[in-house]
Design a protein around this ligand. Structure first.
Ligand code: SF4
Ligand code: SF4
Length: 183
């Protein structure tokens, strides 16, 4: 994982993060799951875009070993770093969120399952994120503890089952949190 960007790699036709996330900035307020009105084949205010945008790059933009198949608009998942809500027992204080931005079938994709397992094996806090339906907030659940045994056993079927259970929990969590008028 690197904090710098992969040379020569650009977002291209991907605009997933400009659509997926809720932005609440003095310059721009937009709801989740709605393409930003300032996107026009690329960011139309790129040089002065809000901090929430200028500070965000998904892991595909930062990691040379993630090939083009990992571009979020291709694979259907946005991977990004977070230092929010990392439980105290983790030595690593920066974790990864795997935000599902396409079909949840991506959680059966062996590339994704193995990538999640590898990060858990390294002690990185790993979260599964879902956007939720239009009436409810997004949600994320920590994966490490629930997947520990399957990771140790290198058991792909068990890893997939654990991810299905995590997805169900994230959906329940999302449905318990109705969106407010400002969301
Ligand atoms: S999700 Fe990644 S590749 Fe896609 S627009 Fe955002 S930063 Fe670029
Ligand atoms: S301001 Fe630009 S970078 Fe930010 S969400 Fe809109 S189009 Fe994307």
């Amino acid at each position: 994982m690197s904090s710098s960007l992969v040379p020569g790699r650009s977002c291209g036709d991907c605009n997933v993060c400009c659509s997926y996330y809720h932005i609440n900035d003095p310059m721009l307020r937009k709801p989740k799951d709605t393409l930003c009105p300032l996107w026009n084949g690329g960011c139309s205010i790129y040089a002065v875009r809000p901090r929430a945008c200028s500070e965000f790059y998904c892991l595909w933009r930062r990691t040379p070993s993630l090939d083009d198949g990992w571009r979020p608009n291709r694979i259907g998942i946005i991977i990004h770093e977070t230092d929010i809500a990392i439980p105290e027992h983790f030595v690593e204080r920066v974790g990864l969120i795997f935000d599902v931005c396409g079909s949840t079938e991506v959680l059966r994709d062996a590339r994704v399952v193995i990538a999640i397992a590898e990060q858990i094996d390294r002690g990185i806090p790993v979260f599964l994120g879902i956007i939720g339906d239009p009436q409810h907030d997004a949600a994320r659940v920590l994966l490490n503890d629930r997947m520990k045994s399957a990771v140790a056993g290198r058991d792909l079927a068990a890893l997939r089952r654990d991810l299905e259970a995590a997805l169900a929990e994230a959906r329940t969590q999302s449905r318990s949190r109705p969106l407010g008028v400002d969301s």
